[in-house]
Design a binder for this molecule. Sequence first.
Ligand SMILES: Nc1ncnc2c1ncn2[C@@H]1O[C@H](COP(=O)(O)OP(=O)(O)O)[C@@H](O)[C@H]1O
Ligand SMILES: [Mg+2]
Length: 277
Amino acid sequence: MTSSIVRLRLEPMIAPQPSHRLLEIRNLSRAFGGVKAVNDVSFVVTAGRIHALIGPNGAGKTTLFNLVAGVVRPSAGQVLLDERDVTDLPTAERAQAGLQRTFQNLQTFSELTALESVMVGAHLRSEPSFLKALFNTPAIRQANAEARDRAEMLLQRVGLDTFRDSRSDAMPYGALKRLDIARALAAEPKLLLMDEPAAGLNPAETATMRDLIADIALQGVTVLLVEHDMKLVMSIAETIVVLDQGQKLAEGTPDEIRRSPEVIRAYLGGGIRRRRS
Ligand SMILES: Nc1ncnc2c1ncn2[C@@H]1O[C@H](COP(=O)(O)OP(=O)(O)O)[C@@H](O)[C@H]1O
Ligand SMILES: [Mg+2]
C-alpha cells in the first residue's frame, strides 16, 4: 500500500463471514506473583457478533484484555487474531491487524478537541510520518480533509457532534466514554474490546450506550464486551464467557449462562449480579 490515505473510508465495513474465527485464545495463562490472574483460558470470538466476558471483580477480565491487546505477556498459551498467531507481536502491530480497545479508566487527549482526538485515533494505525504531518503540511491537505470528514461522521455516530470543538477536559464523563469509542472506531477495527463501557453511566446513558454497541456490531465490527451491568449484557450479547478466579467457568448463550449450575453456584445462588471484592 503506497499510502494510508486510501484506507480512510466513509462507508461501513462489509460484515465478515459469520463463522470466521476473528480472535482465538488458546490455553492462555498469566500469573502475578502467586496469583493466577488468567489460568488456562480458551475461547473463540466469532466475527460479526457481540461476545461478553463476565465475572466477579478480580476474575481476570482486564488481564485477559491486556493479554489480547499485547500490553501484558502470557506465561503460557497463544492469542490468534484473524487466524494469525500474534502472541509475540507488540500492541501497535495488533492494532494494524485490526484490534482496538476502549478503556475502563479513560485515557483522553485533554488538550485536543473532540474532533482532534478522533482524528488522532484514525492515524494510530498509520505511518508516524503521516501522523506528524497531519496538522501542518499543505501537501496532505486532502488527506486531512478526509480524516476530518470521517472524524465528524464518527462524532455524529456516537452522538457527540455538539462537542466537536470542545476540549475533551471540558466534556462530561458520559460524553468522554463515547469519545473513547469514536477514537477506537476511527482506526477501523475488526475487533473492538470494550472494558466496562456502561460503568458510571446513569440508566438513560446506559440505554444509549447499549444502542451504540448494537450499532457498532451492525456496522460489521465484532465486539468483545466486559461489563458488570447484567441487564445490558444479557440483552445484547450472543455469546458469554464467564471467568472466575482466572478460569473459564462457563460459556454459552445468555439463557444457557442464566441456567448454568456452575455460574449460579459461583454467584452465591443469587443469579449473576455485581459483586465487589
Ligand atoms: N499488574 C498486576 N500486578 C499484580 N497483580 C495483578 C496485576 N493485574 C491484575 N492483578 C491481579 O490479577 C487478578 C485479576 O485482576 P483483573 O484482571 O484486574 O480482574 P477483573 O478485571 O476481572 O476485575 C486480581 O487478583 C488482581 O489483583
Ligand atoms: Mg477489570
